[in-house]
Design a protein around this ligand. Structure first.
Ligand code: ATP
Ligand code: MG
Length: 256
């Protein structure tokens, strides 16, 4: 059975998509069977995986509203070596369409249950909000991976997210837990980064992943080539960090 993880943080631009895409490709490089679910109408994880969000026959939107199945809708990231349940602008309408549907928070969970046995990991890229889409991501997952930049305001937003995760755990998904906080876009020369990083370790202990993703321009360049960073430039510091992170995830799921 697949382990399902939502990559979430309601703050925009903190590295959710970069983390989802590179973790998917890095896990595939470690010979894991991976499905990436793009739950963001921006479709960045889809495009960053080399899948054209305008050319796919179906997306996660049709899956959520029950028009098709994951097995029918999924595409393949040839470069990344994993499957993609794509998203595009259409998904923005899901919020409204889902209002009339029963069990609307659990649509993704139910759809993923049918392909569960085909994967080792399912990774869900959540949008920058605590919307019905993110709620579907959290209800469908066993755990949450929270990418964070080590800057002053990062900790403020974190408490809202932690509260949401607690509520989902209490009311909708008893399986859900925080798997870990991932420090991303890290600048080791910045004193503030080091202080915030130390604070995170003090508060969250071993919930902070050992792998640290540095700020690395190769990771930012990769999406314009339709490639995950770890495929575009495997030797880059950022790619190596995501490969270490994938190894850490493979280890960590043994104990959860
Ligand atoms: P959104 O909230 O809009 O979905 P996000 O949290 O998914 O954003 P990303 O799109 O992954 O964030 O990253 C935001 C920007 O930062 C992108 O331009 C991305 O290329 C860049 N970026 C992410 N991680 C790194 C890194 N480690 N080094 C350099 N640039 C990075
Ligand atoms: Mg994103």
């Amino acid at each position: 059975m697949a382990r399902i993880f939502a990559v979430a943080n309601q703050k925009g631009g903190v590295g959710k998509t970069t983390t989802t895409v590179n973790l998917a490709a890095a896990l595939a490089a470690h010979e894991q069977r991976v499905l990436l679910v793009d739950l963001d109408p921006q479709g960045n994880a889809t495009m960053g995986s080399g899948v054209d969000k305008r050319a796919v026959p179906a997306t996660v939107y049709q899956v959520l509203i029950g028009q098709t199945s994951v097995a029918e809708a999924r595409a393949r990231s040839e470069a990344g070596g994993y499957d993609v349940l794509a998203a595009n602008r259409e998904l923005a309408g899901a919020e409204i369409d889902l209002v009339q549907i029963d069990n609307r928070e659990k649509r993704l969970k139910d759809a993923l249950a049918l392909v569960d046995a085909e994967y080792d990991f399912i990774l869900i890229d959540c949008p920058p909000s605590l919307s019905m889409l993110t709620l579907n991501g959290l209800c469908g997952a066993h755990g949450v991976i929270i990418p964070m930049q080590c800057e002053y305001y990062a900790l403020e937003g974190l408490s809202d997210l932690v509260n949401t995760i607690k509520q989902v755990h209490a009311k909708l998904n008893r399986d859900l837990k925080i798997i870990g906080l991932l420090r991303v876009m890290f600048d080791p020369r910045s004193t503030l980064s080091q202080q915030v990083s130390a604070q995170l370790e003090a508060h969250f202990g071993d919930k902070v992943f050992k792998a640290i993703i540095p700020r690395n321009v190769r990771l930012a360049e990769a999406p314009s080539h339709g490639l995950p960073g770890v495929v575009f430039d495997k030797q880059a510091k950022g790619s190596q960090a995501y490969l270490s992170f994938a190894a850490e995830m493979i280890e960590r799921i043994k104990s959860i």
